[in-house]
Write a protein that binds this ligand. Structure first.
Ligand code: NAP
Length: 327
């Protein structure tokens, strides 16, 4: 079946908890939505170890396993999956048009769950040192720092989780935070603060990542209260300073807030009827797997109601979530 022949009733962009939950609901109600994976199949949870706060798993569950289960659940009801990243969209008229590289996809309703990506410090050599000492994922890379010295930058939940996780491998873990108190929730903050293997550098900013040809060898730190600069030897720098929403593709099309998050109303509606947004791409407040899943469910229900209310189009023949132009 060529994509140019079909118009999907619902396409979902993104495969984190919001996208997969939308796929489960959309597949159960009208069948066969198409889900396009995006940059990180499974979303941010694939870079997490134990998820302790997702309801229904009293012993906790690993992030990748949770995402596998959601995908299997969506497949069970007929959701279809495409590997790839959407590079262009056109919402001028319905059906909406989307391109995965050169391949065109068309749909009557769209659910955007493209999530958010880790923020970087903005230092010159940061990205070129990816895989050679700079990381945004302790779960993915911690193993490589056995008996090494590492730094974690940030004071939020992610930074604390990463610091604690890294103590399993590294011989020294130092958290560098720009203030003198943590943003992390008390339970995660306490876990890090009481962990004797973790040192804290308060009121401090990383001003330089020092490296030689083999990778990171240290960082330069500036104390933001005293202005004093110092160097800290380390083999790895884990940056955990938050995320930015993956919305560049929709910049001129959808209303967004100053930080780039898609603005929604009445649940998950965007400023374009038929385009819905769910999960971290529209939520800078809660950003939890369960809230993302919740808004994914809302988006699928709202997309279904939107499709139900569309005027009858005699030129289309629709079956199991897929429409074709009548010849
Ligand atoms: P976050 O809460 O936004 O924290 C980001 C941290 O990085 C803050 O401490 C911030 O400092 C610091 N920061 C931001 N920009 C910086 C910069 N340019 N240079 C240096 N430091 C910078 O992000 P997060 O920790 O990734 O958490 C995001 C959300 O996910 C939160 O809602 C969190 O609760 C949730 N989460 C939950 C869990 C869990 O429940 N298990 C685990 C991870 C994340 P300031 O404090 O000074 O602003």
């Amino acid at each position: 079946m060529s994509n140019s022949d079909v118009i999907y009733e619902t396409i979902i962009l993104g495969s984190g908890p919001a996208g997969l939950t939308a796929a489960i609901y959309a597949a159960r109600s009208r069948c066969c939505p198409l889900l396009i994976h995006g940059i990180q199949p499974g979303g941010q949870l694939t870079a997490t170890t134990a998820v302790d706060n997702y309801p229904g798993f009293p012993e906790g569950i690993d992030g990748p396993e949770l995402m596998d289960k959601m995908r299997l659940q969506a497949e069970r009801f007929g959701a279809q999956f495409v590997e790839g990243v959407v590079t262009k969209v056109d919402f001028q008229e319905r059906p909406f048009r989307l391109w995965v590289d050169e391949e065109l996809y068309r749909c009557l309703s769209l659910i955007i769950t493209t999530g958010a990506s880790p923020m970087l410090l903005g230092l010159g050599n940061e990205e070129s040192l990816y895989g050679r000492g700079v990381s945004v994922c302790a779960t993915c890379d911690g193993f490589f720092y056995r008996d090494r010295e590492v730094v974690v930058v940030g004071g939020g939940d992610t930074a604390m989780e990463e610091a604690v996780f890294l103590t399993r491998f590294a011989k020294k873990v130092t958290v560098v935070h720009r203030r003198d108190s943590l943003r992390a929730t008390p339970i995660l903050a306490d876990r890090a603060l009481t962990n004797k293997a973790i040192n804290f550098k308060w009121d401090s900013a990383v001003t330089e990542i020092i490296a030689d040809t083999s990778g990171v060898t240290g960082i330069r730190i500036k104390n933001l209260k005293t202005g004093q600069e110092s160097e800290l030897t380390c083999d790895g720098v884990f940056i955990a300073i938050g995320h930015k929403p993956n919305t560049a593709l929709f910049a001129d099309l959808l209303d967004r807030d100053d930080d780039g998050y898609i603005l929604t109303q009445n649940g998950t509606e965007t400023n374009i009827p038929g385009v819905f947004a769910a999960g971290d791409v529209q939520d800078h407040q809660f950003r939890q797997a369960i809230t993302a899943a919740g808004t994914g469910c809302m988006a699928a229900i709202q997309a279904e109601r939107f499709l139900d209310d569309l005027p009858y189009d005699p030129s289309l023949s629709c079956q199991k979530g897929i429409c074709r132009l009548k010849s």
